[in-house]
Design a protein around this ligand. Structure first.
Ligand SMILES: *[C@@H]1O[C@H](CO)[C@@H](O)[C@H](O)[C@H]1NC(C)=O
Length: 284
């Protein structure tokens, strides 16, 4: 239940900042320092040294007083109202540190194929409520790391699927068939390209679903971030071609309580890209 509330808050966080999301570099450290500045800011304004609860969840919950469903009466101390103004300042700086990194939030390199074949094709499924078809937490950053590692020898496609809460209940079937169809389309356009997949959160389940309907030879690797199904295989891909990133405390891929951990995967983009390049046997 707590995790559900946390994820609802997360959804709010990701869905709200349309204006501030674009064009800034994703930087986990600024995110984290934004959060801790926030928390210490409200402690300072209340003049108390109490370090309350201090899980990412309670810190986040205090940022969204209106969306806390159980908050008819606050369980926190009486400084809740006095800290709310510093809270919203902190909130906007927190939100402005979410970004699409150096890549783009929407990529259609397969569905709008230009005709020039690349060594690698990267197809990515974003997480619940993320925007565009690549989202902003990790997909665009992996794509741009792949471009720099391969000397731009990569075609990138985001999965066009709803990525909504309802679809999240269906364990990936709301996007899996679409993702699988992109794989086949890519191989038809460019029979020698190596197709690798990526998914974040709900998008990881999309990857599992897609891979289940593909043959071993059609896929060369996969990276999954915050994957609820991390204990299950990715279709017929050998486990040596799959890398799971699960941040410590992530409530989605392990039984953690740290919502911020679920937003931290931009920091793994480079390692993920290196893994994919190696799994696909691409040399730049
Ligand atoms: C989506 O569904 C999975 C599997 O039931 C669950 O673990 C996860 O918490 C849900 N929410 C998100 C944002 O992935």
């Amino acid at each position: 239940m707590k995790a559900f509330i946390a994820l609802s808050l997360l959804g709010t966080t990701l869905a709200a900042p349309t204006a501030t999301l674009q064009g800034r570099d994703f930087d986990l450290s600024s995110l984290t320092s934004g959060l801790s500045a926030l928390t210490s800011g409200s402690a300072a304004s209340s003049g108390s040294s109490e370090s309350s609860g201090s899980s990412g969840l309670s810190a986040l919950a205090s940022l969204f007083p209106s969306s806390g469903s159980s908050s008819g009466s606050s369980t926190g101390s009486s400084d809740t109202t006095s800290s709310s103004s510093s809270g919203s300042d902190g909130l906007s700086s927190l939100l402005s540190s979410f970004t699409s990194g150096s890549g783009s939030m929407t990529e259609n390199g397969v569905t709008q194929h230009s005709g020039s074949c690349k060594k690698l094709t990267f197809i990515f499924a974003r997480g619940t409520t993320e925007m565009g078809n690549m989202g902003s937490v990790v997909g665009p950053e992996v794509a741009s790391q792949l471009a720099s590692l391969t000397g731009n020898q990569v075609t990138v496609q985001g999965v066009n699927y709803p990525a909504d809460w309802e679809g999240n209940m269906s364990l990936g079937s709301s996007g899996g068939p679409t993702m699988a169809s992109y794989v086949k389309e890519a191989l038809q356009q460019c029979p020698n390209t190596k197709v690798v997949l990526g998914g974040y959160s709900q998008g990881s389940m999309v990857v599992h679903n897609a891979a289940n309907s593909l043959s071993a030879g059609q896929l060369s690797g996969a990276v999954l971030f915050g994957d609820p199904l991390k204990m299950t295989s990715v279709g017929k891909l050998s486990s040596s071609k799959v890398k799971e990133f699960c941040a410590s405390g992530d409530p989605v891929c392990e039984n953690g309580m740290n919502v911020m951990a679920h937003l931290s995967y931009g920091a793994d983009a480079k390692e993920a890209a290196q893994f994919l390049v190696q799994a696909a046997g691409i040399s730049s």
